[in-house]
Design a protein around this ligand. Sequence first.
Ligand SMILES: N[C@@H](CCC(=O)N[C@@H](CS)C(=O)NCC(=O)O)C(=O)O
Length: 220
Amino acid sequence: MSDFTIILGNKNYSSWSLRPWLVLRKTGVAFTEEVIPLYAPESKSRLLAHGPSGKVPVLKHGDVTIWDSLAICEYLAEIFPDAGLWPENSRDRAFARAICAEMHSGFMALRDDMAMDMRASHPEHIPGPGVDADITRITEIWNQCRAENANQGPFLFGDFTIADAMFAPVASRFRTYGTKLDKISADYTDAVLHWPPLVEWYEEALAEPFTITAYNNPED
Ligand SMILES: N[C@@H](CCC(=O)N[C@@H](CS)C(=O)NCC(=O)O)C(=O)O
């Protein structure tokens, strides 16, 4: 059995679960995963059995338990220093941390209005108040990173890093809701959605039997 266990929510809906799962895949380490279907009668007690916040994701490694997506990514970067989880130079690393924090604590209008739902397709969706401003800021970040790293690879800092994992659910939302994007953002979205571990997660999300009918969780 692997030393690492990650507790996840439904792959179709749980954007916070997706992020550190992608980062774990980037490390190459073997890990065990457990999916807890969210918003079912027994969900909360099952979640609380794993972590004090009663939310997913939770990573367990020996006697270490981490119950926040970004904290998990930071922990993995610390214990896998050669996995390239953050950009190599300190200027890019600081920038990457800032945009990850911006994603982790912001873009509430987009998160509320365009919930991650990988099985769904709503190209007719009309964004609610504040969503356009979130999309403008996100695509500004993406354009700036891509302009600086265009020759290094297809991701924000060239190779896939924690920053790409943090924005991967946004790429999925843009696909679901048919968001019109500038060419650089559209190409970047494509690169993220074709990254093999994300393709694999998508396949598992599509095959998942659980559905949350009244899905409306602004924290997702
Ligand atoms: N800030 C937390 C947010 C975690 C979060 O909101 N998780 C959602 C699923 S994506 C959850 O566990 N919802 C279930 C619940 O609140 O009962 C993180 O980054 O890990």
